[in-house]
Design a binder for this molecule. Structure first.
Ligand SMILES: [Cu+2]
Length: 287
């Protein structure tokens, strides 16, 4: 979920003394040699990735919301994080469906009356019920609403055109958001499943990078290598918190167990990654 508040946070991030970002703002990269037609393939492949994740999101949301409807608190709690991963992976392009991003993934802070606000819906409304209240009472309509929104999102994206600058820019913006706000643990404050979301966000941003990588490599091979190393660093840090090293489906430790020092350690490589990714648009001539 990207709100005005987060855009501001992202903007504030841009004020940090980050050399490549500043350089990008003040002196746009020389006209890149990448031909616009060359972007068609990667964008088409990215759309397939998004549609594939949406298919998974639909089926996992069906199970998750069914557990809520059935009043099975324990099952719904267990399905919460694994369901969200598919949404978090496509978050780089959330601005293409901002209304649904709000109803699916907004936080209570985005609403005047917080948790009590009738407009506060979606995953995080259910998270509050499941992990704060330990209950599904009164949640039937929110479960149904989430399922409807996810179905709506799935059908809407089928017919959507993905502007390449939105896709490439989205990867950088999402990593900035992770470093600037998500590391604080604001996203999953009741379930403490933040690391699942981080991994989803990193997966989604990396997919974009990988698809545009051959084009970027033609412009700047050193850049590509650096970004790959950054991604590896972030993934290694996350891997330290996997419950089972060789079974990704086992998920992650509770975010409560990640110390302040470790949260800071995570911010470092994510920040560098965001900084570097923010120059990818310019490199591809998309500014
Ligand atoms: Cu999110």
């Amino acid at each position: 979920m990207k709100t005005t508040r987060q855009w501001i946070a992202t903007g504030a991030f841009a004020l940090l003394p980050l050399a490549p970002l500043t350089a990008l703002i003040t002196a746009p990269a020389a006209q890149a040699a990448v031909a616009p037609e060359a972007l068609v393939g990667p964008v088409a492949d990215y759309k397939l990735y998004v549609l594939d994740n949406l298919e998974q999101l639909v089926s996992h949301t069906r199970d998750f919301t069914a557990a809520v409807q059935a009043g099975d608190v324990e099952k719904a709690q267990a399905l919460y994080a694994p369901t969200r991963v598919y949404y978090e992976r496509i978050e780089p392009i959330a601005e293409l469906f901002a209304d649904l991003d709000a109803s699916i993934d907004a936080r209570e802070d985005d609403y005047e009356k917080g948790v009590e606000d009738p407009d506060f819906t979606g995953f995080h409304r259910l998270e509050y019920a499941l992990f704060h209240d330990d209950s599904t009472e009164g949640m039937e309509k929110y479960a149904q609403g989430l399922m409807d929104d996810v179905n709506d999102l799935d059908s809407r994206v089928q017919g959507l055109t993905f502007p390449p600058e939105t896709v490439v820019g989205g990867a950088a913006a999402l990593m900035e958001e992770v470093a600037a706000t998500k590391v604080s643990g604001e996203e999953d404050r009741y379930s403490r499943t933040d690391l699942w979301d981080f991994q989803g966000n990193v997966d989604g941003a990396r997919e974009i990078f990988e698809l545009f990588k051959p084009l970027a490599a033609q412009e700047d091979a050193g850049f590509v290598e650096r970004v790959q190393d950054n991604f590896d660093d972030v993934e290694e840090t996350l891997a330290d918190y996997r419950l089972e090293a060789d079974d990704p489906s086992a998920g992650f430790e509770s975010y409560d167990r990640v110390s302040d020092a470790d949260r800071r350690a995570l911010t470092g490589p994510v920040t560098v990654l965001a900084e570097d990714l923010s120059t990818l648009r310019g490199l591809l001539g998309l500014n």
